[in-house]
Design a protein around this ligand. Sequence first.
Ligand SMILES: CC(C)(COP(=O)(O)OP(=O)(O)OC[C@H]1O[C@@H](n2cnc3c(N)ncnc32)[C@H](O)[C@@H]1OP(=O)(O)O)[C@@H](O)C(=O)NCCC(=O)NCCS
Length: 176
Amino acid sequence: MTERAPVPVETQRLRLRQLTEGDVESLHAIYGDAETMRYIGSAGRPTPDVDATRRTLEVLLDHGRQHGFTLWAIDERDGDPLVGVAGLLLVEGRGPEVEAAYLVRRDRWGRGYASEVLRAVLGIAESLGLERVIALAYPGNDASRRVMEKAGMMADGTITAYGREMTRHAWSPPRG
Ligand SMILES: CC(C)(COP(=O)(O)OP(=O)(O)OC[C@H]1O[C@@H](n2cnc3c(N)ncnc32)[C@H](O)[C@@H]1OP(=O)(O)O)[C@@H](O)C(=O)NCCC(=O)NCCS
């Protein structure tokens, strides 16, 4: 049986929990925003409407059912639900490599949320026994690379993924 990620997980200010179909409108506030999506996926374009975001949500829920991990909702413990999503995905939906991914709603950028949550995501990866997690970024996405470095990921060259040249960072669990 596929091992399930141990969510919900709480950090100092945030909570990672399973997405549900009821999150679709809040999710579209993120996936429908052009500035948020300019460095995401193969197109770097926003999702055009709520129905398209619903299809993305279904893919994410299915990924979780199949593999035990996916993107999770980021809730503020003392504020709004769903101010972002973060988690673990098979690269290009196939793997074998597993990538950490995160998107924060634009009005919450610059508060340290992505770094706080990426550390928690890597903790989940460790509890799942993953030996390596990578994170990919468009070459122009300096803020995202900074997040990777603050969470302890190391620069690991470039690869072609999602039809694009991407920078790669990598993480492995501490030996002990
Ligand atoms: C990238 C993103 C996740 C960052 O979220 P965040 O919660 O604002 O990130 P944090 O506050 O934890 O950290 C951001 C860091 O990048 C730095 N930063 C921000 N903009 C930057 C830029 N243009 N160039 C370099 N560094 C930048 C910040 O100063 C901060 O570093 P610091 O703490 O040393 O000052 C958010 O902007 C986002 O969701 N972007 C759209 C989706 C995306 O690109 N996801 C990643 C795909 S690889």
